[in-house]
Design a binder for this molecule. Structure first.
Ligand SMILES: O=C(O)CCC(=O)C(=O)O
Ligand SMILES: [Fe+2]
Length: 345
């Protein structure tokens, strides 16, 4: 069934990572559940028992949550702080400086948008945020200001890419596949990697707006940090669950392309960001995806030797992008479209 587009917004990219928009602004139920914690060092340097426990935990986290906190992830705290400081500096640039990146489409390699001025992407009343995004792989792009920003960005994204590859090795193993299966199939060295940051200023009436409405992300995995101010919520067992990450942890969620290649064994999880009355919230997000030319389809080995039907249509990653902006979706998410199309013929 088609998901309604939140707030009637039909333009591209409420979120730079967005694969699906849905829900409304009233579903503010809270769950008191704790999301899983995964220790990446167990995969890299743990003994055989620790490693197999980690893989088992990872499988559970992916199957039951699609969301987890990653600790001992190998991204230095100093680099995470430097990225946060550089991001704040970017948002503090004069508006006309940022407006240079106020493009319109998915092809823009660096893009800025704000809900607080008309004529920029994101410029509509029901979202309460500014964002900036940069495509950092296969080719590296960055805002040229503030000074030093691009160096921090390059180092940060390199570390995130390395971390993402290791995690995808673990995910391959959690599915009973060869360690390198997903990385090879996705041509991860030429991965499309995206970096983005969101700034949500304090809002006098936080119940009437959303920072970002409910959506899924379209890559393979998204990595998110929220720098001391919570606001992220994930949809879990029919409830919105607030996320309160451990200090220094990176939040990971499985995205549309993990759902596609696993033929739905691991799901792309809905999430959204709330705003508050008091504090500006910053979230920094990066995603790892297939290379743009990779033909993505459910992994053959997971279809139980032909017993299970592929539930998702195969296509190149770059075609999925085009599809996200195609009016033929009629408000349906791209993921639903590639899913339902296999049952249409
Ligand atoms: O700010 C957040 O917590 C969520 C951001 C997000 O989901 C996105 O940028 O895709
Ligand atoms: Fe997202």
């Amino acid at each position: 069934m088609a998901q309604p587009i939140a707030f009637g917004y039909a333009g591209p990219c409420a979120s730079p990572f967005e694969g699906r928009l849905c829900g409304d602004n009233n579903d503010r139920g809270k769950g008191g559940l704790e999301i899983p914690v995964i220790d990446l060092s167990m995969l890299v340097s743990g003994g055989p028992d620790e490693k197999s426990r980690m893989i088992r935990d990872l499988r559970m986290a992916c199957q039951e949550w699609g969301f987890f906190m990653l600790i001992n992830h190998g991204v230095p705290e100093s680099l995470m702080s430097a990225m946060e400081a550089a991001t704040r500096e970017f948002f503090d640039l004069p508006e006309d400086e940022k407006r240079k990146y106020a493009g319109k489409g998915v092809v823009d390699t660096v893009r800025y948008g704000t809900s607080f001025a008309s004529g920029t992407e994101g410029g509509h009343m029901f979202f309460w945020r500014d964002f900036v995004k940069a495509l950092v792989r296969p080719q590296f792009h960055s805002p040229s200001k503030p000074q030093g920003f691009s160096n921090v960005l390059a180092e940060y994204c390199e570390k995130m890419h390395v971390m993402g590859k290791v995690l995808l090795e673990g995910i391959s193993e959690s599915l009973g596949l060869d360690t390198e299966h997903i990385n090879k199939m996705m041509d991860i060295e030429s991965s499309q990697q995206l970096w983005a940051a969101n700034r949500y200023p304090p809002c006098p009436d936080p119940e009437s707006v959303m920072g970002i409405p409910a959506h899924t992300d379209y890559g393979l995995l998204t990595f998110l940090t929220q720098h001391g101010t919570d606001g992220l919520e994930i949809f879990h067992q029919d409830k919105w669950v607030e996320v309160h990450p451990i200090k220094g942890a990176i939040l990971v969620n499985t995205c549309d392309h993990i759902e596609i290649i696993t033929n739905g064994k691991y799901k792309s999880v809905l999430h959204r960001a709330k705003v508050n009355t008091e504090k500006t919230r910053i979230s920094i997000v990066s995603s790892i995806g297939p290379s743009p030319d990779t033909f993505v389809r459910p992994i053959e080995e997971l279809l139980e030797e032909g017993k299970e039907e592929a539930k998702y249509m195969g296509m190149k990653y770059r075609e999925y992008f085009d599809l996200m902006y195609d009016p033929k979706l009629f408000g349906k998410s791209c993921l639903e479209y590639v899913k339902t199309i296999t049952t249409r013929s």
